[in-house]
Design a protein around this ligand. Structure first.
Ligand code: HPA
Length: 270
């Protein structure tokens, strides 16, 4: 953890103690617009925070309120494929925990494996499959590395996310997210395999953060914005341009859901 980053952040927060943290994926910045009285701190000003090389990832921490509830938003993440470091988000998540965050909501853009989950839709992640072959917890000492994943995705937060979506009349199916290392998109054969293995969506992020967050004892919820069907499911080629163009569409819906979820819930999560 970076004690300096905690110090810099605490000074900028001016007494605010957010219990909710949010990590925003590519093109999902619209939640930031809903944050009241935002204090924006570029990652570069927070010692130990990684700066992303991926276009579409802003790389700033935004503190403020959603409704009356204080929140910390990590706008932009670093992925395993950027440097081969599955632990890239360890410092930001540990700093959030040290500041007082107890619940973490992770978001991403993902490819759909289901015909009934088209581009533009939003899926709550109910569980995941780590297909990357790596793990941010590799190399840790001590028994806490044996993280229990039975209830990694918190039932109470899931219920609140579903209730927020229902209130806004936004469909929110849930499903299993499969983590591929990236940065290439999957092959059609890999997509067929992922469907057979029980995945509903595929992507290149989030799972390492879930593992780190559970190690830190944070409660976790997660959701995917669907930007495309998996490779080979349509006649179309896949591209990062498409991800960036499509993400804001479902991203606005997801931002509404998360704003409602956090603002409506107050600080009753402990
Ligand atoms: N595969 C992996 N990651 C993704 C995809 C995909 O199809 N779409 C957006 N992120």
């Amino acid at each position: 953890m970076s004690a300096e980053a905690v110090e810099v952040l605490a000074a900028r927060l001016n007494g605010l103690v957010p219990r909710h943290g949010v990590v925003l994926g590519s093109g999902l910045g619209s939640l930031v617009e809903a944050v009241r009285d935002p204090v924006c701190i570029p990652y570069a000003e927070l010692p130990g925070f990684p700066v992303s090389s991926v276009s579409g990832h802003a790389g700033e921490l935004v503190a403020g309120h959603l409704g009356a509830v204080p929140v910390l938003v990590l706008s932009g993440r670093v992925h395993y494929y950027e440097r081969g470091d599955a632990n890239a988000m360890r410092v930001p998540l540990a700093v959030l925990k040290a500041i007082g965050v107890r619940s973490l909501i992770l978001t991403n853009s993902a490819g759909s494996l289901r015909e009934d989950l088209p581009p533009g839709s939003v899926m709550r992640i109910s569980d995941h499959i780590n297909f990357s072959g790596t793990n941010p917890l590799i190399g840790r000492d001590g028994d806490d590395r044996f993280v229990d994943m039975t209830t990694a995705y918190d039932a109470g937060l899931a219920e609140r996310m579903q209730a927020a979506a229902a209130k806004l009349a936004i469909p929110l199916p849930h499903g299993v997210y499969m983590w591929f290392s990236g940065p290439n998109f999957e092959t059609p054969a890999e997509i067929r395999m992922a469907r057979i293995l029980g995945a509903d969506a595929v992507g290149m992020s989030t799972v390492p953060e879930v593992l780190i967050a559970r190690l830190l004892g944070l409660r976790v919820a997660a959701a995917s914005v669907i930007t495309n069907f998996g490779a080979g499911m349509t006649g179309l080629a896949l591209s990062h341009h498409e991800t960036k163009d499509m993400a804001p569409i479902g991203g606005r819906r997801l931002a509404d859901i998360l704003t409602e979820m956090i603002a409506a819930g107050g600080d009753d999560h402990e």
